[in-house]
Design a protein around this ligand. Sequence first.
Ligand code: SF4
Ligand code: SF4
Length: 218
Amino acid sequence: MRKLTEEIALARLQRHKAEYQTHIKLNYEHRAEDCRTCPVAGSCCTDAHFVNVHITRLEAVAMRETLQCTPRLDETARRRVYQRAREAVAKYNLRPAKDSYAQTYACPLFEPGTGCLVHRRAKPAPCIQHGCYEKWEDVPPAAIQWRAEHRVEEWNNQVYGAAWAWLPTPLWLTLVDPEADAREFARLVREWSARKSPTNTNPLRRAQGRSRNLPVVR
Ligand code: SF4
Ligand code: SF4
């Protein structure tokens, strides 16, 4: 497999996410509720019974870079985001486990009064795709999200080999936190790298893909 530097992959990721976001905005979002006038804005990001967004290592690095350079955060507010991520990991018991999609949490990237702190530069695919639609037929097809996630997986493989996984966003934020103790991350990297057959396809997508199949009538 052709290798990529992290820098090039990050540039591609950002370009790709921007195109994906524009596509959803132009073709679907006008049929969804307007988030700017939503009376419960933010509840979709902080509903700890609902959010189970998972991201990859490359996306976590993109989030860290975004948090680092956004003018909306000073150093204290930036540290607060990582602190919220740490609290979410502890409170919701988020772990790099096989069943991590069953783990839900309140997203630490939601800042009251500001919204999603990575909206423009590092938003996860499920968040780009998400909206409140009245009619099922207006909802963007899941295949668009799957294609986006598949490309993200390819770039992760090209940069990190097997040394990455789909994990809940708060967990990844604690691992890439510039002030974190790097030992836990190093341990996971060793574990992932030692896998005989890395299973780095988003397991939720695999399951949804299977469930779309029609039953076989014998
Ligand atoms: S996605 Fe839905 S719940 Fe969330 S802010 Fe937009 S309209 Fe409100
Ligand atoms: S990443 Fe942004 S849009 Fe997604 S759940 Fe977190 S705050 Fe909401």
